[in-house]
Design a protein around this ligand. Structure first.
Ligand SMILES: NC(=O)c1ccc[n+]([C@@H]2O[C@H](COP(=O)([O-])OP(=O)(O)OC[C@H]3O[C@@H](n4cnc5c(N)ncnc54)[C@H](O)[C@@H]3O)[C@@H](O)[C@H]2O)c1
Length: 435
C-alpha cells in the first residue's frame, strides 16, 4: 500500500507519468494494464456471449425490419433432409415437384394446399418476417403441416440454402410468391422491397439457372405495374413505366430481371399480375381485412376518394380463382432450355393478368361488409393520399382466358361471405386481430 501512496500524490498530468522511471511504477503500470486488459477481455467476451445468445434463432423475430437480412436459420441434417424429400415427393402419376416460396403467406398457403391435394410434391420456403402478425403465418404453417407440406424456414437470399434444396430435390417447378407486399410500408422500410423483390429474386433465379435440370418458374408480379395508367381495362401490352410506389417499381424491375434470365439463360418464366386478391387466411394489411376488424371494433374506417370526388375501385379477385390461375400456369409451363448455366435454345416467356374483370368501388365493399357483419360502419371519406395507392384497377384477362383457360367464378359478395365466415371463426377461437 505504501508503494501506492506516492502514486496517489503524483500530479495528474500524464506527461509526468511518462517521465517517471521508478521500477515500482513500471511494475504497477504493468499490473494496471494487465488488470485493464483482463477487465476489457471479460467485457468483450461478455458482449460476444450476449450477441450469440440474443442473435436470432429460427424461432425469434427481429423487431427492427432493417435487420432482417442478418437473421440466421437452422437448416440441414439428415432429419431435415428427410422432411424436405418427403414433402416434395410426387404422389400422382403426372405430378410435378414444386418449390413454393412465400408458402406461409396468403397466396402461398392456398397454392401449396391445392398442389398437395392433387398429388404434386410441394416444399414451402418462407422467412416468416414480421411485416404483419407472424402468428397468422404460423397458423397457416400448421394448416399446411397437417396436409403434409413442410415449410423450410429461410430467406430467398440464402444461396447456400437454396442450392441445398435443389441438391436434395430435383424441383421441376418453382412457384415464386415470396415478396415484400403492400405499398405503404415503403415509407417505413424501403430496404425490405429491395431485399425481397430484387436481391431475393436475382438470388433465386441464379440458383435456378445453375440447377440441373433447370426448373420452370412461375412468379407473382402485380397489377401495380400499370401504375397511373388511365386506359382501362389494363392489358398485358399496356405501358408499365409509371409506377406509383416503390412496391410497383420493384415488381416492374422484377419483370425486367426475369426477362433477362429468360433471354440469357433459357429459364422458362411466367409472370402473373395479380389484382387485389382477397379471401380466407388473407393479409391483415389489406383494406377488406382491416375494414372487417375495425367495423367489428366500432372504429372509424377511412374510405378514399380520387380527385374531384372520383370513385376508388378495385378489381377484387377471390383467392380460389387466383389459385386456379397459378396451377394452370404451372401446368402449361414449358421446360427451361438451359443447362449448366448456359442457354441451349429459346425458352418460354409469358405474362398474364389474373383479375376478376369487374372493379367494385371501395364504398360498395364496405356496404357488403356491413351487411355480412350486421354492423354499421363509421365511414370517414378522405382524399386518396399520394403514398402509392392508385385510384382504380381493372384487368383485361383475355390472354389468361385463351392460354390458361382462366375464368374467375367468384363475385365479391360470395367471396366476402367466405372471408367473413373464416375471420369470425379464426379470431373468435382465442386469436386476436393484429394491429
Ligand atoms: N395479395 C394480393 O392482393 C397481391 C396482389 C398483387 C401481387 N401480389 C403478390 O403475390 C405474392 C404473394 O402475396 P401475398 O398476398 O401472399 O403476400 P404475403 O405477404 O402474405 O406472402 C409473402 C410471403 O413471403 C415471405 N417472404 C417475404 N420476403 C421473403 C424472403 N426474403 N425470403 C423468404 N420469404 C419471404 C413472407 O414472410 C410472406 O409469408 C407477392 O409476390 C405479392 O407481391 C399479391
Amino acid at each position: 500500500m505504501s508503494q501506492l501512496k506516492h502514486l496517489d500524490n503524483s500530479p495528474p498530468t500524464p506527461g509526468k507519468f511518462k517521465m517517471d522511471k521508478s521500477p515500482y511504477i513500471h511494475r504497477l503500470r504493468w499490473h494496471g494494464s494487465l488488470a485493464k486488459l483482463t477487465f476489457w477481455s471479460f467485457i468483450f467476451l461478455g458482449l460476444i456471449l450476449i450477441f450469440f445468445f440474443r442473435s436470432p434463432s429460427s424461432n425469434s423475430l427481429p423487431s427492427d425490419p432493417s435487420r432482417r437480412s442478418l437473421r440466421t436459420y437452422n437448416w440441414g441434417g439428415p432429419a431435415w433432409e428427410k422432411r424436405v424429400r418427403s414433402s416434395a415427393r410426387v404422389r400422382s402419376r403426372h405430378g410435378m415437384s414444386v418449390l413454393v416460396t412465400g408458402a406461409a403467406g396468403f397466396v402461398g398457403t392456398h397454392v401449396s394446399a391445392a398442389l398437395k391435394r392433387r398429388g404434386d410434391g410441394v416444399l414451402g420456403l418462407d422467412c416468416f418476417n414480421d411485416y404483419y402478425d407472424p402468428s397468422l403465418k404460423r397458423a397457416r404453417q400448421a394448416l399446411l403441416d397437417r396436409s403434409g407440406v413442410f415449410i423450410v424456414e429461410g430467406d430467398i437470399n440464402d444461396s447456400a440454402l437454396l442450392s441445398k434444396l435443389f441438391e436434395v430435390v430435383a424441383f421441376t417447378h418453382v412457384m415464386h410468391l415470396a415478396a415484400q407486399a403492400g405499398v405503404r410500408y415503403a415509407m417505413e422500410n424501403p430496404g425490405s422491397y429491395v431485399h425481397s423483390n430484387i436481391a431475393g429474386l436475382v438470388n433465386l433465379l441464379e440458383v435456378c439457372k445453375n440447377a440441373n435440370p433447370q426448373p420452370a418458374i412461375v412468379w407473382a408480379s402485380s397489377s401495380s405495374v400499370y401504375g397511373l395508367n388511365t386506359k382501362v381495362p389494363f392489358s398485358e401490352r399496356d405501358r408499365t413505366d409509371q409506377p406509383a410506389s416503390l412496391y410497383a417499381a420493384t415488381k416492374k424491375a422484377g419483370e425486367e430481371i426475369a426477362h433477362t434470365y429468360n433471354h440469357i439463360y433459357g429459364l422458362s418464366l411466367t409472370g402473373l399480375r395479380f389484382f387485389t386478391v382477397y379471401g380466407p387466411w388473407g393479409r391483415p394489411d389489406m383494406a377488406y381485412f382491416f375494414f372487417t376488424r375495425d367495423i367489428l371494433k366500432g372504429k372509424t374506417i377511412p374510405i378514399f376518394e380520387a380527385a374531384n370526388h372520383g370513385t376508388v375501385a378495385r378489381d377484387f379477385t377471390y383467392i380460389d380463382d387466383i389459385v386456379k390461375g397459378c396451377l394452370a400456369s404451372l401446368d402449361t409451363a414449358e421446360k427451361s432450355t438451359g443447362s449448366g448455366g448456359k442457354k441451349k435454345g429459346p425458352a418460354q416467356l409469358r405474362v398474364f393478368n389474373l383479375g376478376n374483370t369487374s372493379p367494385v368501388p371501395v364504398s360498395d365493399l364496405v356496404t357488403i361488409l356491413e351487411r355480412l357483419l350486421k354492423v354499421k360502419a363509421k365511414r370517414n371519406i378522405m382524399k386518396l393520399p399520394r403514398n402509392g395507392d392508385v385510384p382504380f384497377t381493372h384487368a383485361n384477362i383475355s390472354s389468361a382466358q385463351r392460354e390458361l383457360g382462366y375464368k374467375p367464378t367468384t363475385d365479391l359478395q360470395t367471396g366476402l361471405k367466405k372471408f367473413v365466415r373464416w375471420y369470425v371463426s379464426y379470431y373468435s377461437g382465442g386469436k386476436k386481430a393484429s394491429g
